[in-house]
Structure formats: structure tokens, C-alpha cells
Design a protein around this ligand. Structure first.
Ligand code: ATP
Ligand code: MG
Length: 408
């Protein structure tokens, strides 16, 4: 293959003034992480740019991975040559000939940040364009609407030639904004919320409350599969599995049905806040969207939110369901999300959940429960796993160890 490296562009982070180097280093590290199983690859930063040097590794695999790295605005597979006009001409032609389908029209564009190069930009553009025309058939120049642009960049370290620009996901490099814990269910919303949080540079870890064995292995498998899809965007995804069955039983005993969900979610948040402290995370993230269900009215959120002080980020709060679904499809979580298995909440849906739960009433109910002990116990039995794009984690194995540990 003709390409020998990939040029990475990262617009937004260039704007961040003093933080720029920190962001660049993080991006560099994240790119290295997603390519670490390709040993010959070198990811380098020179002259304020990032290049992935292929050294014979397959460019198509690298391209697919780079499409999921936050912080990359766009990138181009490039061929680097010496600053030699003959070599530049030959390479440009070779690169153009590889384009499939073969274009009818083209133009050459030259940038020349390295001012000591003997030809001016228009001169080099002319030289290369004329050479390509002499050595091809059925190809003409169109400066306004060409099928293909051959880009040449003359830099001190060499000439970079490319003809393809691939869109990146944008956003901020993962981890550059700190760490948050996302409450992740098997539904459509929370994986999308995770994605948005990650896209703004948060390093995200998941918390999932499960009620195995009352809910099935498959319902946990869904969450593992979702975590795996998300891990493609971050290199790996840490997931905390919190056993919630005991708490749910208590709620069933002490709470009136209309308050089941309110109390359950207050318990979610208390546990999540404790885990966040343990993991040095400064925020929680949920998939809540205003008005979607009874527990997502303002009154509900007010009463539920009251039990914690940690900030709760709700990336989807003002987004319509149809738009959320669209993102879920685009990022690849939709398929697993709509698989029909129940999670701990769907087994727990009261016929008449209150849309206006009151703090005083919730507190009154909780006085009858051993809240602190229940939380402590759930945290003690929480199991943490790390999911990567490479391995296939099976719920069966995860749960088996969980139960073994529980029996000890
Ligand atoms: P989702 O599609 O993410 O399940 P939802 O619209 O079904 O969201 P709810 O079931 O009311 O909404 O849950 C609201 C949010 O609470 C979820 O987006 C998620 O962040 C969190 N949540 C719900 N169930 C669980 C669970 N079993 N474990 C962890 N977090 C959960
Ligand atoms: Mg749900």
C-alpha cells in the first residue's frame, strides 16, 4: 500500500490556549491505546501535528479505529516524500491512480508552510497538475467542482500528499475533562448519555444495578454488550455491577407501590455517590430526559436528586426520544438496547407511579428501612469488571463468580 502514515486534525483542542499540550498529549495517548495491538505502528507528534505512522500495518483497520477517537476532527491517509519535486509529482500521480472509481476531474492544491521550498505554491500546483495530465487519460482539471483534490503540503520535515479526508467524531479527547460514573441500564438512553459524556472528554465508568437471579442472565448480557460497544470509543470500559435484589425486596415491603420507583432511584443515587467517591469521580451521568416517564418529571428529579450532593449530569435532558434513537443507531448501541430482556426496573414498574413524589414522604418511608446498612452491603458485594473491544465477556462467567463470592 502506498500510504505510509495518517495525518490527524484536531480543531477544537487547538483553541484551548494554555491547555493545548495537555489535550494533545491525552489525544496522543488515546490514539496509541486504540492501536496498541498493531505493534509496528508509531504515533508521533511533530511540529504541532499528530501522525500515525503505519510501517506496514493495514491502513483500513487503523482508519476504522480512528473514526471513534474523540478529539479528532478529521484525518487523511498520506504519503510522505522528500522535498523533491520529481518525487512529489510521481507520488501524486500514483496516489490519484489508486482512487476508485477513477475520477473524471481533479485539481491540485498546495500549502507551503515551509517557505524555503524553491517553488511557490502556484508553481508546484502547476507542475504536479501538468505531470498528472500528461500521464493519464480521460482526466481534466476542474478548479471549481473537481471529483478529487490532490493535496500537497510542503513542510520542513517533508512533503505530505493526500487525496482523501475522513470525518472524525470530534469532541474532546477521552479523559481530558476528568472522570464521571454513568448509571447504565439496558435501555436506549443511558448508553447514548455515556457516549455524549465521553465525547466531551469525560472518562466514564458504568454502574449497573442488577437483580440477578430474579432477572435473567440475558439482561446482564445486554449491559455487557453495550459496555463493549462503548469501549470502542474509549479503549476500555470499566463497569461496576451492584447487586440490588435485597434493596428491592425491602422497598417492596416498606414503600407504597406509587413510591417504589422514587425510593429505588434514591437508593441508586446514594450508592452511585459512594462509588464515585471511591473512584475519585466528580459527577454522575444518567440517561434521563425530561418528561419521558413518571420518574423523569421535574418534581421527581427534585425529590430523587435530594439525597446526594454530587453533581448529576443529564446529557439527554432536553433531547427528544426520536433524536436519541438516531444517535443510538449511529453509535452502534441501538441493537443491543432494544433486545427484549427485563432489567431490575422493568420488573418493578408500579401500575400508578407518582409523578409528583414528595421529599418528606420519601424520607418517612425510608425511616422504616435500614438504608445505611443496605447501601453498605450492596457496595461490599459490588463487582467491577473491565470490558475491552477485544474480549467477549459472558454474563454467565461474571455472575458465576459473583455468586461464588456471595456464598463465601
Ligand atoms: P434507559 O433507556 O437508559 O434505561 P429510561 O428512559 O428507561 O432510560 P429510566 O428507566 O427511568 O429511564 O432510568 C433513568 C436513568 O436511570 C437511566 O437512563 C439510567 O441512567 C438510570 N438507570 C435506570 N435503571 C438502571 C439500572 N438498572 N442500573 C443503573 N442505572 C439505571
Ligand atoms: Mg430504563
Amino acid at each position: 500500500m502506498i500510504y505510509d502514515s495518517i495525518l490527524i486534525r484536531y480543531g477544537e483542542i487547538a483553541l484551548k490556549g494554555k491547555n493545548r499540550y495537555r489535550f494533545e498529549d491525552r489525544l496522543l495517548q488515546n490514539i496509541r491505546d486504540v492501536l496498541k495491538d498493531l505493534p509496528k505502528i508509531k504515533v508521533i507528534k511533530t511540529f504541532g501535528r499528530i501522525y500515525v505512522e503505519l510501517h506496514g500495518e493495514p491502513h483500513d483497520i487503523v482508519i476504522e479505529r480512528l473514526k471513534k477517537v474523540f478529539g479528532i476532527v478529521s484525518f487523511s491517509p498520506v504519503k510522505k516524500t522528500d522535498l523533491d519535486v520529481e518525487e512529489i509529482k510521481k507520488t501524486a500521480l500514483q496516489l490519484l491512480k489508486q482512487i476508485n472509481p477513477f475520477p473524471k476531474t481533479f485539481k491540485v492544491e498546495t500549502k507551503r508552510p515551509y517557505k524555503l521550498f524553491p517553488l511557490s505554491s502556484p508553481e508546484l500546483t502547476y507542475e504536479v497538475g501538468a505531470y498528472i495530465l500528461r500521464n493519464t487519460e480521460n482526466l481534466t482539471v476542474d478548479v471549481h467542482h473537481p471529483d478529487t483534490v490532490v493535496d500537497i503540503e510542503i513542510r520542513q520535515e517533508g512533503a505530505f500528499i493526500y487525496s482523501q479526508t475522513i470525518q472524525g467524531v470530534g469532541g474532546m479527547p477521552g479523559g481530558s475533562s476528568g472522570r464521571a460514573l454513568v448509571l447504565i441500564s439496558g435501555g436506549i438512553d443511558s448508553p447514548v448519555a455515556s457516549y455524549f459524556a465521553m465525547k466531551r472528554g469525560l472518562q466514564v465508568e458504568g454502574i449497573h444495578f442488577h437483580t440477578y437471579p430474579v432477572t435473567t442472565e440475558e439482561s446482564l448480557q445486554k449491559v455487557l454488550d453495550l459496555a463493549k460497544v462503548l469501549s470502542h470509543y474509549s479503549g476500555s470500559f470499566r463497569l461496576h455491577l451492584v447487586p440490588f435484589l435485597e434493596i428491592q425486596k425491602e422497598i417492596k415491603i416498606y414503600a407504597p407501590e406509587s413510591y417504589n420507583i422514587t425510593i429505588m432511584r434514591r437508593m441508586f443515587l446514594r450508592i452511585a455517590e459512594r462509588l464515585a467517591k471511591k473512584r475519585h469521580a466528580l459527577a454522575l451521568v444518567t440517561g434521563e430526559s425530561l418528561g419521558q416517564v413518571a420518574s423523569q418529571t421535574l418534581e421527581s428529579m427534585y425529590t430523587i436528586n435530594h439525597v446526594v450532593r454530587i453533581p448529576i449530569l443529564r446529557p439527554l435532558i432536553t433531547i427528544d426520544k426520536l433524536d436519541i434513537v438516531e444517535v443510538a443507531k449511529k453509535i452502534g448501541t441501538y441493537e443491543a438496547s432494544v433486545r427484549p430482556f427485563e432489567d431490575c426496573c422493568s420488573l418493578f414498574v408500579p401500575r400508578n407511579p407518582t409523578t409528583k413524589p414528595k421529599i418528606e414522604r420519601a424520607e418517612f418511608i425510608e425511616q422504616k428501612m435500614e438504608v445505611d446498612k443496605l447501601i453498605e452491603d450492596a457496595i461490599q458485594r459490588t463487582r467491577t469488571i473491565t470490558i475491552t473491544p477485544q474480549d467477549d465477556m459472558k454474563a454467565k462467567d461474571v455472575l458465576f463468580t459473583d455468586i461464588k463470592e456471595f456464598m463465601k
